[in-house]
Design a protein around this ligand. Structure first.
Ligand SMILES: [Cu+2]
Length: 506
C-alpha cells in the first residue's frame, strides 16, 4: 500500500459518504461487510466496582489475548481487558479512593496508564511500571479532580502504539456533584453513550495488519467504533450525549453530522465546559476526548462522520500524508427515537462554573518545548534521564512549538490539566482553547502556550511523561520525563520493576 494511492482514494470518497464508511485503498480488497448493512453499536460494559469497608473502590482488569468480530462474520485476533477486545468502562466519583488489580495474561510486558488522571507517579502506569507476563500490579490513588471522561491504555516504551492498536483501551468516567446536578443526558448506554473510535487495517485473511508506514505508523483505513465497523445506534431519546475518545494511534477525526446540523460541545479532555459551545464540527487528535450533545428528530436517520477539514490543519494541500484531515467517512449511523419520545428542554447554559478558572501566571516557571520529527528539544526519550524537574509550589507555563512544516503533533502531559493560554497559527482550535485539556493538537509551524496545573505528588524517584500522543511519534522517541519535587529537592530516579518495588512508594 502506498501513501499516494490511499490519498487519491480518499479524495475520491469526499462527498460520496457511502454507507460503506471508510474503505480500503485501491490496492487492497475493500473490507467485508460494507454492503450497507449495519450492526447495533456495542456499548462497553460498565464495570460494577465494589466498595470495601475501608471505603476503597475496587476494580480488576486482566489484559488478555482474544478475538473479535470487528468485521461482520470475520474472527480477528485482538487484545482486550476482561474480554477479547477493548475494555470495560470504569466509573468513579471525586473523593473516591480507588484500587485497580491488574493481571497481565499476555505473552509480553505491558503497562496500564490512566490518561488524564492526577495521581502519584508510581501509580501512573507509564513506562517505569512494567507488568511482566503472568505478573500483576495494583496501583491505588484518590480521585482529586473534577468530573471528566478519561481513558486507560498501555504505555510500554516503544510499544504503546501496537498495544493500543490491538485493542487495549477503555473509558473512565469520573463524576462529581457538579456533573450529577447538571441537566445533561446521563443514563449510561441509553442517552450518555461512550464512543471509542479506533482505526484498523486488515490483512487478506481478516487479521490486523501491523505493517508500519514510515510516516504514519499504524494508521488504519477502516474506522472501528466500540469495537466494530459500520455500527448503528438506536436512540431512545431526542437528546443524546456522546463521550467520544479518539483512541486511534495516529488518526485525527473532524467530527460532524451528515446533514451538517449544529451540535454542542459540553466537555473536553478534563471535564465539563463552563457553558455549552455550539459547533458544526469538532476536531479530535489521538488521545483526546470530547463530550458532545446532539438533538434528534423522531424517526430520522443521521450519520456521525469524520469530514474533510477546511485548511487541512495547516498541512500543505499537496502533503503526501494527511493523518486523516482530508478523509471522509461514516463513523456511526444514528436512528432517531420513536414519535412519542418527549421533546428535550433547553440545554443548560451553565455547566461547570469552576471550569472558567484561569491558570495562575504570577511567579510561574516558563519552559520551552520544541517538537521536531521524533524529538523534543533535540532529544529522544531516555528512560534514565529526567528532562524537567517541577517544583510543586510554583505554577508552570509550557510553551510548545511544532517546528515541522508537514506534520501535526498532539502534545500530552501526564498528571495535569492545562488551559491553552495562547494559540499561534490557529486553524481550527476553537474548542481546544476552551475548557481544561490534557492533550492538544499543534498544527505545522504552530505553537501553544499552556497554563499547566499539576497534581502535586512530589516524588523525586519516579518520573511522569510528556509526549506526542500520535503513538508512532511517541514510540519513535518523541517523549520526555519530568518529576515533581518539594522545593529545593533534586531528581533521583530509582528503577522500578514489575509490581515489586513500586509498593515502596505507596
Ligand atoms: Cu507527534
Amino acid at each position: 500500500m502506498t501513501v499516494i494511492s490511499r490519498r487519491v482514494f480518499f479524495r475520491g470518497m469526499v462527498g460520496v459518504f457511502a454507507a460503506s464508511a471508510l474503505a480500503a485503498c485501491s490496492t487492497q480488497t475493500p473490507p467485508r461487510g460494507y454492503d450497507g448493512d449495519t450492526r447495533p453499536l456495542p456499548v462497553p460494559e460498565l464495570y460494577e466496582s465494589t466498595l470495601d469497608d475501608a471505603g476503597t473502590r475496587h476494580f480488576t482488569l486482566k489484559a488478555q489475548p482474544g478475538s473479535a468480530e470487528i468485521l461482520p462474520d470475520v474472527r480477528t485476533e485482538t487484545w482486550g481487558f476482561n474480554g477479547g477486545f477493548l475494555g470495560p468502562t470504569l466509573r468513579a466519583h471525586r473523593g473516591d479512593h480507588v484500587r485497580v488489580d491488574i493481571a497481565n495474561e499476555l505473552d509480553t510486558m505491558t503497562t496500564v496508564h490512566w490518561h488524564g488522571m492526577k495521581l502519584p507517579a508510581w501509580a501512573d502506569g507509564g513506562p517505569h511500571s512494567p507488568i511482566e507476563p503472568g505478573g500483576a500490579w495494583s496501583p491505588e490513588w484518590e480521585i482529586i479532580q473534577p468530573a471528566a471522561t478519561l481513558w486507560y491504555h498501555p504505555h510500554p516504551h516503544g510499544e504503546t502504539g501496537l498495544h493500543c492498536y490491538r485493542g487495549l483501551a477503555g473509558m473512565i468516567i469520573l463524576d462529581d456533584e457538579v456533573s450529577e446536578s447538571v441537566a445533561l443526558p446521563s443514563e449510561y448506554g441509553v442517552d450518555d453513550v461512550p464512543l471509542v473510535i479506533l482505526d484498523a487495517k486488515f490483512t487478506g485473511d481478516g487479521q490486523l495488519d501491523e505493517s508500519i508506514d514510515p510516516d504514519l505508523g499504524l494508521i488504519g483505513d477502516t474506522p472501528v467504533v466500540n469495537g466494530i465497523t459500520n455500527a448503528h445506534f438506536d436512540a431512545a431519546t431526542r437528546r443524546v450525549r456522546f463521550r467520544v475518545l479518539d483512541g486511534a494511534t495516529m488518526r485525527f477525526y473532524n467530527l460532524a453530522f451528515s446533514d451538517h446540523r449544529p451540535f454542542h460541545v459540553v466537555g473536553t479532555d478534563q471535564g465539563l465546559l463552563e457553558t455549552p459551545v455550539q459547533v458544526e464540527y469538532v476536531l479530535m487528535g489521538p488521545g483526546e476526548r470530547v463530550e458532545i450533545v446532539v438533538d434528534l428528530e423522531p424517526g430520522e436517520d443521521v450519520r456521525l462522520q469524520s469530514q474533510p477539514l477546511d485548511g487541512n490543519f495547516g498541512l500543505p494541500e499537496d502533503n503526501p500524508v494527511d493523518f486523516g484531515f482530508q478523509d471522509a467517512f461514516d463513523l456511526l449511523t444514528i436512528h432517531g427515537p420513536s414519535d412519542d419520545a418527549p421533546a428535550p428542554g433547553p440545554l443548560p447554559q451553565e455547566l461547570d462554573p469552576a471550569a472558567a478558572a484561569v491558570p495562575e501566571r504570577a511567579n510561574a516557571v516558563e519552559r520551552e518545548f520544541v517538537l521536531n520529527t521524533f524529538q523534543i528539544n533535540g532529544r529522544s526519550m531516555d528512560m534514565s534521564r529526567v528532562d524537567v524537574t517541577v517544583d510543586r509550589d510554583r505554577p508552570e507555563i509550557w510553551r510548545v512549538t511544532n517546528e515541522n512544516a508537514d506534520w501535526p503533533h498532539n502534545f500530552h502531559i501526564h498528571d495535569c490539566r492545562f488551559k491553552v493560554l495562547e494559540f499561534d497559527n490557529n486553524h481550527v482550535a476553537q474548542v481546544a482553547t476552551y475548557g481544561w485539556k490534557d492533550t492538544v493538537a499543534i498544527p505545522p509551524r504552530g505553537a501553544v502556550t499552556l497554563g499547566v496545573e499539576f497534581g502535586w505528588y512530589p516524588d523525586p524517584s519516579v518520573p511522569y511523561m510528556f509526549h506526542c500522543h500520535m503513538l508512532f511519534h511517541e514510540d519513535s522517541g518523541m517523549m520526555g520525563q519530568f518529576v515533581i519535587v518539594e522545593q529545593g529537592q533534586e531528581a533521583d530516579l530509582k528503577p522500578m520493576s514489575g509490581g515489586g518495588s513500586i509498593h515502596d512508594h505507596a
